[in-house]
Design a protein around this ligand. Structure first.
Ligand SMILES: Cc1ncc(COP(=O)(O)O)c(C=O)c1O
Length: 344
């Protein structure tokens, strides 16, 4: 089975030999103090940020949880749908969780979002940008309005950039009311190492890190992560592979345009919806490509597919074409206007 349901990289950024070398160099009888400093400084240099504003945890999941625990006391708000764990962590922390729903094309009206913030005055708004599950990138003015309205209610906006490296550069909101959450699980291909990054300023940095353990990530994960950031040429090749795979994914699904609706994606996955989306998802699953098929509203007619190895696209394209042709010949499906069916 080829997995398209996990939003992770289809390959490892490190060879077995490189992993063995790092294992041999790793000191396991000491706490990982130098290892943390080394990784932070490599990451900070890569993104041109100050290492003092960033902290690490076991995956960005842990940062979402910690942000909820430290900033979410007066309630957490999010879009619906968004990353499923936002609600889980709010429930774990026993704080209220409110959402603002999308329209029938999975688009959000930020004027409604802001009106809801004014009404409910949550202390934390969690937003994935680019957005999971739809893959869309919100506009800079929407993001800036959102950040401003959270500041006005003395709350915080946490921007979860798990898929940020797949998106074009955008102007992110700044200030002590903003927390940026990132991960090495997506474009960097290290989901198994569990390395998540939070970036914040001043008092907010103090607040979100005050419940930290002394050594939040183990030496081996840190050394493996440092290894990929040390070799810029290899890293560039690896990230280019992911981006190329994303282009192939987009191209592959063009054959289904008009039969399923597809949202333009700035991530490593694409999101399809509409009355035929599940049928296509099931067909591909039956033929060895497992997508993420959702059950619950508003996602009950939606299917999400993440990137795969480049050599696996040929069969995928064949299958999508086969499915499209079968449906056309059965006359079951009305091909719609493409422009209408593709939303941003
Ligand atoms: C939007 C979003 N945030 C966070 C995560 C969690 O990533 P991590 O592996 O860093 O915990 C995911 C994982 O799929 C995600 O989609």
């Amino acid at each position: 089975m080829i997995h398209m349901d996990r939003n992770t990289s289809p390959l490892s950024p490190l060879t077995k030999e490189a992993i063995t070398e790092v294992i041999n160099e790793t000191i396991i009888y000491e706490y990982p103090s130098d290892e943390i400093d080394r990784f932070k400084s490599l990451y900070a240099e890569h993104y041109h940020i100050n290492a003092e504003n960033l902290e690490l945890a076991n995956g960005s999941d842990e940062w979402i949880q910690k942000t909820v625990m430290t900033l979410g006391h007066n309630g957490v708000m999010a879009l619906s749908p968004d990353f499923v764990m936002y609600q889980e962590y709010a429930e774990q922390a026993g704080v209220s969780f409110d959402t603002v729903k999308c329209d029938e094309n999975f688009q959000f009206d930020f004027d409604i979002v802001i009106a809801e913030i004014k009404r409910l005055r949550p202390s934390l708004f969690l937003l994935s940008m680019p957005h999971n599950p739809t893959g869309q990138l919100f506009r800079e003015d929407e993001l800036s309005k959102l950040a401003q309205s959270m500041q006005e209610v003395n709350g915080y906006l946490a921007v979860d950039e798990a898929y940020g490296e797949f998106a074009p550069v955008y102007k992110r909101p700044e200030g002590e009311h903003v927390v940026i959450i990132r991960t090495l699980s997506k474009i960097y291909g290290l989901a198994g190492l569990r390395v998540g990054i939070a970036i914040a300023e001043g008092d907010t940095f103090e607040k979100i890190t005050k419940i930290n353990h002394p050594y939040p990530v183990n030496s081996l994960s840190l050394n493996l992560a440092s290894r990929i950031f040390e070799n810029k040429d290899e890293l560039e090749k690896f990230t280019q592979y992911q981006l190329k795979s994303k282009d192939s994914l987009t191209e592959a699904f063009k054959a289904a345009d008009g039969e399923v609706s597809i949202i333009d994606s700035s991530t490593n996955f694409i999101f399809t919806y509409g009355e035929n989306a599940r049928a296509l998802g099931q067909y591909l699953w039956d033929h060895g490509y497992k997508p993420r098929i959702y059950d619950k509203a508003p996602l009950n007619n939606a299917v999400r597919y993440s990137i795969i190895r480049l050599e696996d696209y040929e069969t995928l394209v064949k299958l999508i074409n086969e499915w499209s042709n079968q449906n056309d010949s059965k006359g079951k499906i009305h091909k719609g206007n493409k422009d209408f069916n593709i939303t941003r």
